[in-house]
Design a protein around this ligand. Structure first.
Ligand code: NAD
Length: 298
């Protein structure tokens, strides 16, 4: 397919490379010159704006931090909609707000452009190898139109329902994932501060069938903080965004989401502790730092 790919960050970079490797013709764009530069030697066209990227393509893929960035890339100055042809599809793969995404879809429809939401689970290594898990919302014919691209990005694809159901599913998933992230850090801190070796605690808590075990502990913590690596696969700053989006959805639905509200208050501290651009598992050293803090305010 002829694809414009906008947002070449931790996830989008690997996703775009995966599409190129599988034979799709890509025009890529990111506001960061360094992200664009990484594509200069690849078999694709590095565009100078979203409008430049979207000229003559069937599909625009957006992989940006929030829905506001997606709106900007589509409708802002030199946005993709300046050149995107009637009948093309925008596939929004960022984790954003369902209501803002539906408002974008309405504005696209007014220009004869279709939309599919397909946020993804898993991490940058799976983005690189095209083995993500995609949860897709959209009309059947629109999902069919983007399936060749989806197949290059994900090895597990769920068409959940109409437009908006992909992102709603993803927010419910991330609600649990973000709470597990914090829960894992608290559990490990408790064990360590009680004198138990961190690795022993992780092995016991992560044992198969143990009620304490979860994917954050058994996979993500192992790969990152427990291996001494805090380079960001998923930035700690993004956790606040994801838990907030999930809580907003819960609030619209009138749901009691107490654990999420408690987790949100801790994620909100990441900026003050200078850790929002580190990997999400930096929540563990951050909790230790907070526990060590001797500041007393009267
Ligand atoms: P990131 O911050 O690494 O990358 C975002 C990229 O978008 C950056 O390169 C930035 O320069 C670019 N950008 C920002 N505004 C732009 C604009 N207007 N036009 C063009 N480019 C713009 O973020 P990420 O980790 O790749 O995450 C992207 C999305 O995917 C987020 O919504 C995130 O929640 C979601 N997600 C991330 C992971 C993960 O493990 N990192 C996993 C699943 C989903």
């Amino acid at each position: 397919m002829n694809i414009a790919f906008i947002g070449l960050g931790a996830m989008g970079g690997g996703m775009a490379r995966s599409l190129i490797r599988k034979g799709h013709r890509l025009a890529v764009f990111d506001v960061a010159a360094s992200a664009r530069g990484a594509f200069a030697s690849l078999d694709c066209r590095v565009a100078s704006s979203p409008a430049d990227a979207a000229a003559h393509v069937d599909l625009v893929i957006t992989m940006l931090p929030t829905s506001a960035h997606t709106r900007d890339a589509l409708f802002g100055e030199q946005g993709a909609c300046d050149t995107l042809q009637h009948g093309a599809v925008v596939m929004e793969m960022s984790t954003g707000s369902p209501s803002q995404m539906l408002a974008i879809a309405k504005d696209l429809a007014a220009r004869g452009i279709r939309m599919v939401d397909a946020p993804v689970n898993r991490t940058p290594p799976e983005a690189e190898t095209g083995t993500l898990l995609a949860v897709v919302g959209g009309a059947s014919e629109d999902v069919e139109a983007v399936t060749p691209a989806l197949n290059a990005l994900a090895d597990t694809i769920h068409h959940v329902g109409p437009l908006g159901s992909g992102i709603r599913m993803k927010l419910a998933n991330n609600y649990m994932s973000m709470i597990n992230l914090l829960l894992t850090a608290e559990g490990l801190m408790l064990a360590e501060r009680a004198g138990i070796d961190r690795r022993t605690a992780a092995d016991i808590m992560g044992a198969e069938g143990n009620g304490a075990s979860n994917g954050q502990l058994t996979t993500i913590y192992q790969r990152k903080v427990l291996a001494g690596d805090l380079t960001p696969d998923f930035r700690l700053g993004m956790c606040l965004k994801d838990i907030t989006l999930a809580l907003e959805l819960g609030s619209e639905l009138g749901l009691p989401l107490g654990l999420g509200a408690a987790a949100r208050s801790v994620f909100g501290l990441a900026r003050a502790w200078g850790r929002e651009d580190q990997d999400c598992t930096a929540i563990l050293p951050m909790l230790h730092e907070i526990a060590n803090s001797k500041n007393v305010v009267f």
